[in-house]
Design a protein around this ligand. Structure first.
Ligand code: FAD
Ligand code: NAP
Length: 316
Protein backbone atom coordinates (compact mmCIF):
# COMPACT_ATOMS: atom_id res chain seq x y z
CA UNK A 1 0.00 0.00 0.00
CA UNK A 2 1.06 3.56 -0.70
CA UNK A 3 2.55 5.57 2.11
CA UNK A 4 0.43 8.63 2.87
CA UNK A 5 2.18 11.99 2.74
CA UNK A 6 0.10 13.17 5.68
CA UNK A 7 -2.40 11.50 8.01
CA UNK A 8 -4.56 13.91 9.98
CA UNK A 9 -6.33 12.64 13.06
CA UNK A 10 -9.50 14.55 13.95
CA UNK A 11 -11.78 16.58 11.70
CA UNK A 12 -12.54 19.65 13.80
CA UNK A 13 -11.41 23.15 12.80
CA UNK A 14 -7.72 22.24 13.35
CA UNK A 15 -7.77 18.99 11.37
CA UNK A 16 -9.80 20.39 8.49
CA UNK A 17 -7.54 23.42 8.14
CA UNK A 18 -4.42 21.24 8.33
CA UNK A 19 -5.91 19.17 5.50
CA UNK A 20 -6.70 22.26 3.44
CA UNK A 21 -3.19 23.68 3.73
CA UNK A 22 -1.37 20.37 3.25
CA UNK A 23 -3.37 19.33 0.16
CA UNK A 24 -3.67 22.77 -1.43
CA UNK A 25 0.06 23.27 -0.78
CA UNK A 26 0.88 20.26 -2.93
CA UNK A 27 0.86 17.08 -0.83
CA UNK A 28 -0.77 14.32 -2.88
CA UNK A 29 -1.92 11.72 -0.38
CA UNK A 30 -3.55 13.51 2.53
CA UNK A 31 -6.15 11.59 4.52
CA UNK A 32 -8.13 13.01 7.45
CA UNK A 33 -9.47 10.39 9.84
CA UNK A 34 -12.55 11.70 11.67
CA UNK A 35 -14.59 9.18 13.56
CA UNK A 36 -17.82 11.19 13.30
CA UNK A 37 -19.04 13.91 10.99
CA UNK A 38 -16.36 16.55 10.35
CA UNK A 39 -16.73 19.83 12.22
CA UNK A 40 -15.66 19.10 15.78
CA UNK A 41 -17.02 20.38 19.08
CA UNK A 42 -18.30 23.66 17.72
CA UNK A 43 -21.07 21.86 15.83
CA UNK A 44 -22.71 21.44 19.27
CA UNK A 45 -23.03 25.20 19.67
CA UNK A 46 -26.31 26.87 18.77
CA UNK A 47 -24.63 30.22 18.10
CA UNK A 48 -21.15 31.39 17.18
CA UNK A 49 -20.46 35.08 16.83
CA UNK A 50 -16.70 35.39 17.36
CA UNK A 51 -15.40 33.71 14.21
CA UNK A 52 -14.14 36.70 12.22
CA UNK A 53 -16.05 37.55 9.07
CA UNK A 54 -18.98 35.25 9.80
CA UNK A 55 -21.84 37.06 11.50
CA UNK A 56 -25.62 37.04 11.29
CA UNK A 57 -27.89 38.53 13.92
CA UNK A 58 -31.16 36.80 13.31
CA UNK A 59 -31.16 33.85 13.02
CA UNK A 60 -27.62 33.57 14.40
CA UNK A 61 -24.92 31.47 12.77
CA UNK A 62 -24.87 28.04 14.40
CA UNK A 63 -21.72 25.96 14.85
CA UNK A 64 -23.10 23.60 12.22
CA UNK A 65 -23.66 26.51 9.78
CA UNK A 66 -20.08 27.62 10.28
CA UNK A 67 -18.49 24.22 9.73
CA UNK A 68 -20.72 22.88 6.97
CA UNK A 69 -18.66 24.16 3.99
CA UNK A 70 -15.23 23.30 5.42
CA UNK A 71 -15.00 19.61 4.37
CA UNK A 72 -16.01 20.36 0.77
CA UNK A 73 -13.33 23.02 0.51
CA UNK A 74 -10.71 20.52 1.74
CA UNK A 75 -11.77 17.66 -0.53
CA UNK A 76 -11.80 20.09 -3.50
CA UNK A 77 -8.02 20.37 -3.10
CA UNK A 78 -7.52 16.62 -2.77
CA UNK A 79 -7.83 15.81 0.92
CA UNK A 80 -9.67 12.56 1.54
CA UNK A 81 -11.95 12.12 4.55
CA UNK A 82 -12.28 8.64 6.00
CA UNK A 83 -14.88 8.25 8.72
CA UNK A 84 -12.74 6.03 10.94
CA UNK A 85 -11.53 6.12 14.51
CA UNK A 86 -7.77 6.02 14.95
CA UNK A 87 -6.71 3.72 17.74
CA UNK A 88 -3.03 4.57 17.92
CA UNK A 89 -0.17 6.30 16.12
CA UNK A 90 3.33 4.85 16.41
CA UNK A 91 6.61 5.30 14.58
CA UNK A 92 8.90 2.68 13.05
CA UNK A 93 12.14 4.26 11.84
CA UNK A 94 11.12 7.29 9.77
CA UNK A 95 7.58 6.12 9.03
CA UNK A 96 4.44 6.48 11.14
CA UNK A 97 1.90 3.70 11.51
CA UNK A 98 -1.73 4.72 11.98
CA UNK A 99 -3.69 1.91 13.60
CA UNK A 100 -7.35 1.91 12.54
CA UNK A 101 -8.19 -1.34 14.28
CA UNK A 102 -9.08 -3.30 11.16
CA UNK A 103 -6.02 -2.07 9.21
CA UNK A 104 -2.77 -0.18 9.66
CA UNK A 105 -1.81 2.70 7.38
CA UNK A 106 1.68 4.13 6.88
CA UNK A 107 2.35 7.87 6.71
CA UNK A 108 5.35 10.18 6.35
CA UNK A 109 3.80 12.83 8.61
CA UNK A 110 0.97 12.88 11.13
CA UNK A 111 -1.00 15.87 12.46
CA UNK A 112 -2.87 15.11 15.68
CA UNK A 113 -5.98 17.28 16.05
CA UNK A 114 -8.14 15.19 18.37
CA UNK A 115 -9.24 18.14 20.51
CA UNK A 116 -10.44 18.11 24.06
CA UNK A 117 -13.59 17.17 25.85
CA UNK A 118 -14.90 19.33 28.70
CA UNK A 119 -15.88 17.12 31.59
CA UNK A 120 -19.56 16.95 32.45
CA UNK A 121 -20.52 17.26 36.11
CA UNK A 122 -23.24 14.62 35.90
CA UNK A 123 -26.32 16.40 37.31
CA UNK A 124 -29.85 15.82 36.04
CA UNK A 125 -30.69 17.98 33.00
CA UNK A 126 -27.04 18.74 32.13
CA UNK A 127 -27.11 16.86 28.82
CA UNK A 128 -30.66 17.97 27.98
CA UNK A 129 -29.80 21.67 28.23
CA UNK A 130 -26.22 21.48 26.91
CA UNK A 131 -25.96 24.14 24.20
CA UNK A 132 -29.36 25.55 25.31
CA UNK A 133 -28.21 27.38 28.43
CA UNK A 134 -25.64 24.96 29.78
CA UNK A 135 -22.22 25.84 28.36
CA UNK A 136 -18.57 25.05 28.88
CA UNK A 137 -17.24 28.18 27.18
CA UNK A 138 -17.68 31.66 28.71
CA UNK A 139 -15.74 33.41 25.92
CA UNK A 140 -18.10 31.86 23.40
CA UNK A 141 -21.45 32.07 25.13
CA UNK A 142 -21.11 34.67 27.91
CA UNK A 143 -22.28 37.54 25.73
CA UNK A 144 -25.65 35.84 25.20
CA UNK A 145 -26.37 36.61 28.88
CA UNK A 146 -25.33 40.26 28.82
CA UNK A 147 -27.01 42.05 31.71
CA UNK A 148 -28.50 38.82 33.06
CA UNK A 149 -27.73 36.60 36.06
CA UNK A 150 -25.74 33.42 35.37
CA UNK A 151 -24.22 30.60 37.41
CA UNK A 152 -20.80 28.97 37.23
CA UNK A 153 -20.14 25.47 38.55
CA UNK A 154 -16.66 24.55 39.84
CA UNK A 155 -13.95 25.75 42.20
CA UNK A 156 -10.78 25.50 40.10
CA UNK A 157 -8.81 28.17 38.24
CA UNK A 158 -10.93 27.86 35.11
CA UNK A 159 -14.22 28.32 36.99
CA UNK A 160 -13.03 31.35 38.94
CA UNK A 161 -11.25 33.01 36.03
CA UNK A 162 -14.27 32.50 33.78
CA UNK A 163 -16.56 33.81 36.54
CA UNK A 164 -14.46 36.99 36.60
CA UNK A 165 -14.78 37.23 32.81
CA UNK A 166 -18.55 36.76 33.02
CA UNK A 167 -18.84 39.35 35.82
CA UNK A 168 -17.83 42.03 33.27
CA UNK A 169 -20.74 41.08 31.01
CA UNK A 170 -23.48 39.76 33.29
CA UNK A 171 -25.40 41.54 36.04
CA UNK A 172 -24.55 38.84 38.58
CA UNK A 173 -22.55 35.61 38.67
CA UNK A 174 -23.21 32.85 41.19
CA UNK A 175 -20.28 30.48 41.75
CA UNK A 176 -21.49 27.09 42.91
CA UNK A 177 -18.76 24.99 44.51
CA UNK A 178 -19.06 21.66 46.23
CA UNK A 179 -16.58 22.43 49.04
CA UNK A 180 -15.78 25.32 51.40
CA UNK A 181 -12.27 26.01 50.08
CA UNK A 182 -11.19 26.56 46.50
CA UNK A 183 -8.68 24.70 44.37
CA UNK A 184 -8.02 27.90 42.39
CA UNK A 185 -4.92 30.04 43.05
CA UNK A 186 -5.34 32.26 46.16
CA UNK A 187 -4.92 35.59 44.26
CA UNK A 188 -7.75 34.53 41.91
CA UNK A 189 -9.95 33.60 44.88
CA UNK A 190 -9.23 37.03 46.39
CA UNK A 191 -10.19 38.80 43.15
CA UNK A 192 -13.44 36.85 43.07
CA UNK A 193 -14.21 37.69 46.70
CA UNK A 194 -13.62 41.39 46.00
CA UNK A 195 -15.95 41.42 42.98
CA UNK A 196 -19.19 43.34 43.61
CA UNK A 197 -21.34 41.13 41.42
CA UNK A 198 -20.07 37.61 42.19
CA UNK A 199 -21.82 35.62 44.91
CA UNK A 200 -20.10 32.47 46.13
CA UNK A 201 -22.27 29.53 47.14
CA UNK A 202 -20.18 26.81 48.78
CA UNK A 203 -20.94 23.27 49.96
CA UNK A 204 -23.47 23.04 47.14
CA UNK A 205 -23.98 20.77 44.17
CA UNK A 206 -26.55 20.98 41.41
CA UNK A 207 -29.40 18.60 42.04
CA UNK A 208 -31.13 19.40 38.77
CA UNK A 209 -31.15 21.85 35.86
CA UNK A 210 -34.65 22.69 34.67
CA UNK A 211 -36.18 24.57 31.78
CA UNK A 212 -38.54 24.41 28.84
CA UNK A 213 -38.51 24.12 25.06
CA UNK A 214 -36.63 27.42 24.77
CA UNK A 215 -33.81 26.36 27.09
CA UNK A 216 -32.53 26.47 30.65
CA UNK A 217 -34.59 28.36 33.22
CA UNK A 218 -32.73 27.54 36.45
CA UNK A 219 -30.92 25.12 38.72
CA UNK A 220 -31.85 23.52 42.01
CA UNK A 221 -29.02 23.33 44.55
CA UNK A 222 -28.49 20.72 47.25
CA UNK A 223 -26.25 21.56 50.22
CA UNK A 224 -23.91 19.28 52.12
CA UNK A 225 -24.18 21.33 55.34
CA UNK A 226 -27.85 20.70 56.09
CA UNK A 227 -29.39 23.79 54.46
CA UNK A 228 -32.61 23.29 52.50
CA UNK A 229 -32.44 22.98 48.72
CA UNK A 230 -32.70 26.32 46.89
CA UNK A 231 -33.45 27.40 43.33
CA UNK A 232 -31.47 29.86 41.23
CA UNK A 233 -33.44 31.23 38.30
CA UNK A 234 -30.69 31.59 35.69
CA UNK A 235 -30.83 31.13 31.92
CA UNK A 236 -27.08 30.51 31.68
CA UNK A 237 -25.02 27.92 33.55
CA UNK A 238 -21.29 27.51 32.88
CA UNK A 239 -19.82 24.17 33.89
CA UNK A 240 -16.05 24.21 34.54
CA UNK A 241 -15.23 20.98 36.28
CA UNK A 242 -12.06 20.21 34.32
CA UNK A 243 -11.46 18.88 30.82
CA UNK A 244 -9.75 15.94 29.22
CA UNK A 245 -7.51 16.24 26.17
CA UNK A 246 -8.13 13.44 23.72
CA UNK A 247 -4.56 12.13 23.66
CA UNK A 248 -5.34 8.39 23.68
CA UNK A 249 -4.05 7.90 20.11
CA UNK A 250 -0.56 8.87 21.26
CA UNK A 251 -0.34 6.33 24.06
CA UNK A 252 1.80 3.34 23.05
CA UNK A 253 1.37 -0.29 23.98
CA UNK A 254 3.86 0.12 26.84
CA UNK A 255 1.79 2.98 28.28
CA UNK A 256 4.25 5.70 27.29
CA UNK A 257 3.32 8.62 25.05
CA UNK A 258 4.76 8.81 21.52
CA UNK A 259 5.79 12.44 22.09
CA UNK A 260 6.24 14.78 25.03
CA UNK A 261 3.06 15.65 26.95
CA UNK A 262 2.78 18.04 29.89
CA UNK A 263 1.41 17.01 33.28
CA UNK A 264 -2.15 17.70 32.02
CA UNK A 265 -1.72 15.37 29.04
CA UNK A 266 -1.52 18.22 26.52
CA UNK A 267 0.91 17.83 23.62
CA UNK A 268 4.02 19.98 23.95
CA UNK A 269 4.59 21.87 20.67
CA UNK A 270 6.67 24.80 19.50
CA UNK A 271 5.29 27.78 17.57
CA UNK A 272 5.39 25.68 14.37
CA UNK A 273 3.24 22.94 15.96
CA UNK A 274 6.22 20.54 15.96
CA UNK A 275 6.03 17.95 18.71
CA UNK A 276 9.13 16.31 20.19
CA UNK A 277 8.99 13.68 17.39
CA UNK A 278 10.12 14.75 13.87
CA UNK A 279 7.22 14.60 11.40
CA UNK A 280 4.58 14.55 14.15
CA UNK A 281 2.57 17.75 14.61
CA UNK A 282 -0.27 18.69 16.95
CA UNK A 283 -2.83 21.48 16.53
CA UNK A 284 -5.89 22.91 18.25
CA UNK A 285 -7.30 22.17 21.68
CA UNK A 286 -4.94 19.22 22.23
CA UNK A 287 -1.82 21.34 22.41
CA UNK A 288 -0.29 23.18 25.35
CA UNK A 289 -1.67 26.65 26.07
CA UNK A 290 -4.51 26.28 23.57
CA UNK A 291 -6.89 29.25 23.61
CA UNK A 292 -9.74 26.81 22.93
CA UNK A 293 -11.31 28.89 20.16
CA UNK A 294 -12.25 27.88 16.61
CA UNK A 295 -10.17 30.63 15.03
CA UNK A 296 -7.10 29.57 17.02
CA UNK A 297 -7.56 25.87 16.23
CA UNK A 298 -7.88 26.72 12.52
CA UNK A 299 -4.73 28.86 12.68
CA UNK A 300 -2.82 26.02 14.37
CA UNK A 301 -4.07 23.66 11.67
CA UNK A 302 -2.82 25.97 8.93
CA UNK A 303 0.63 26.11 10.52
CA UNK A 304 0.75 22.34 11.03
CA UNK A 305 -0.40 21.67 7.43
CA UNK A 306 2.33 23.93 6.04
CA UNK A 307 4.94 22.34 8.29
CA UNK A 308 3.90 18.82 7.20
CA UNK A 309 4.33 19.93 3.59
CA UNK A 310 7.82 21.31 4.35
CA UNK A 311 8.76 18.14 6.20
CA UNK A 312 7.80 15.87 3.30
CA UNK A 313 9.53 18.08 0.73
CA UNK A 314 12.72 18.41 2.79
CA UNK A 315 12.94 14.65 3.32
CA UNK A 316 12.27 13.61 -0.27
P1 FAD B 1 -12.33 19.54 18.18
O1 FAD B 1 -13.29 20.53 17.69
O2 FAD B 1 -12.51 18.95 19.53
O3 FAD B 1 -12.28 18.37 17.10
C1 FAD B 1 -11.61 17.18 17.36
C2 FAD B 1 -12.19 16.11 16.45
O4 FAD B 1 -11.39 14.94 16.56
C3 FAD B 1 -13.61 15.69 16.83
O5 FAD B 1 -14.47 15.88 15.72
C4 FAD B 1 -13.48 14.23 17.22
O6 FAD B 1 -14.59 13.44 16.78
C5 FAD B 1 -12.22 13.80 16.48
N1 FAD B 1 -11.50 12.71 17.11
C6 FAD B 1 -11.10 12.64 18.42
N2 FAD B 1 -10.44 11.49 18.62
C7 FAD B 1 -10.44 10.82 17.42
C8 FAD B 1 -9.90 9.56 16.99
N3 FAD B 1 -9.24 8.76 17.84
N4 FAD B 1 -10.07 9.19 15.70
C9 FAD B 1 -10.74 9.97 14.82
N5 FAD B 1 -11.28 11.18 15.19
C10 FAD B 1 -11.11 11.60 16.46
N6 FAD B 1 -15.01 28.39 20.13
C11 FAD B 1 -15.15 29.60 19.55
O7 FAD B 1 -14.21 30.11 18.97
N7 FAD B 1 -16.34 30.27 19.60
C12 FAD B 1 -17.45 29.77 20.17
O8 FAD B 1 -18.51 30.41 20.19
C13 FAD B 1 -17.34 28.47 20.76
N8 FAD B 1 -18.42 27.92 21.33
C14 FAD B 1 -18.34 26.66 21.82
C15 FAD B 1 -19.49 26.09 22.31
C16 FAD B 1 -19.46 24.80 22.79
C17 FAD B 1 -20.73 24.19 23.28
C18 FAD B 1 -18.23 24.07 22.81
C19 FAD B 1 -18.19 22.64 23.32
C20 FAD B 1 -17.06 24.65 22.35
C21 FAD B 1 -17.10 25.95 21.84
N9 FAD B 1 -15.97 26.58 21.33
C22 FAD B 1 -16.07 27.80 20.73
C23 FAD B 1 -14.62 25.93 21.39
C24 FAD B 1 -14.26 25.28 20.03
O9 FAD B 1 -15.32 24.43 19.63
C25 FAD B 1 -12.97 24.48 20.14
O10 FAD B 1 -11.91 25.31 20.61
C26 FAD B 1 -12.55 23.93 18.77
O11 FAD B 1 -13.57 23.14 18.23
C27 FAD B 1 -11.27 23.09 18.86
O12 FAD B 1 -11.01 22.55 17.60
P2 FAD B 1 -10.08 21.25 17.42
O13 FAD B 1 -10.06 20.99 15.97
O14 FAD B 1 -8.81 21.42 18.14
O15 FAD B 1 -10.83 20.09 18.20
P1 NAP C 1 -9.67 21.54 38.15
O1 NAP C 1 -8.52 22.25 38.75
O2 NAP C 1 -9.63 20.06 38.06
O3 NAP C 1 -10.95 22.00 38.95
C1 NAP C 1 -12.18 21.42 38.72
C2 NAP C 1 -13.15 21.96 39.75
O4 NAP C 1 -14.40 21.38 39.48
C3 NAP C 1 -12.77 21.63 41.19
O5 NAP C 1 -13.06 22.72 42.02
C4 NAP C 1 -13.68 20.44 41.50
O6 NAP C 1 -14.07 20.41 42.87
C5 NAP C 1 -14.89 20.75 40.66
N1 NAP C 1 -15.58 19.56 40.24
C6 NAP C 1 -15.07 18.46 39.64
N2 NAP C 1 -16.04 17.59 39.36
C7 NAP C 1 -17.20 18.14 39.81
C8 NAP C 1 -18.55 17.72 39.80
N3 NAP C 1 -18.91 16.55 39.26
N4 NAP C 1 -19.50 18.53 40.33
C9 NAP C 1 -19.15 19.71 40.88
N5 NAP C 1 -17.87 20.17 40.91
C10 NAP C 1 -16.91 19.39 40.38
O7 NAP C 1 -9.95 22.04 36.63
P2 NAP C 1 -9.67 23.45 35.96
O8 NAP C 1 -10.15 24.55 36.81
O9 NAP C 1 -10.16 23.32 34.57
O10 NAP C 1 -8.06 23.50 35.92
C11 NAP C 1 -7.33 22.44 35.34
C12 NAP C 1 -5.83 22.73 35.51
O11 NAP C 1 -5.51 23.89 34.75
C13 NAP C 1 -5.44 23.04 36.94
O12 NAP C 1 -4.14 22.53 37.16
C14 NAP C 1 -5.42 24.54 36.98
O13 NAP C 1 -4.56 25.07 37.98
C15 NAP C 1 -4.91 24.85 35.59
N6 NAP C 1 -5.34 26.18 35.17
C16 NAP C 1 -4.49 27.19 35.42
C17 NAP C 1 -4.83 28.46 35.09
C18 NAP C 1 -3.86 29.54 35.38
O14 NAP C 1 -2.75 29.22 35.74
N7 NAP C 1 -4.22 30.79 35.22
C19 NAP C 1 -6.07 28.73 34.50
C20 NAP C 1 -6.95 27.67 34.25
C21 NAP C 1 -6.56 26.39 34.61
P3 NAP C 1 -13.01 20.05 44.04
O15 NAP C 1 -12.17 21.26 44.20
O16 NAP C 1 -13.88 19.73 45.17
O17 NAP C 1 -12.23 18.86 43.51
Amino acid sequence: MDILDCAIIGGGPAGLTAGLYASRGGLKRVVMYEMGMPGGQITQSSEIENYPGVFRENPPVTGMDLMEPWPQQCTHFGMVHEMKEVKRVSKEGDIFEVDLGSEKVKAKTVVVCTGSTPKRAGFKGEDEFFGKGVSTCATCDGFFYKGQEVAVLGGGDTALEEALYLSNICSKVYIIHRRESFRAAPPTVERVKKSDNIEIITNAVIEEAYGDMTGLRGVELRFSDGRDNMKLNVNGLFVFVGSNVNNAVLIQENGEALCELNDRGQVVVDLNMHTSVPGLFAAGDIRIEAAKQVVCAAADGAVAGMQALNFVQENE
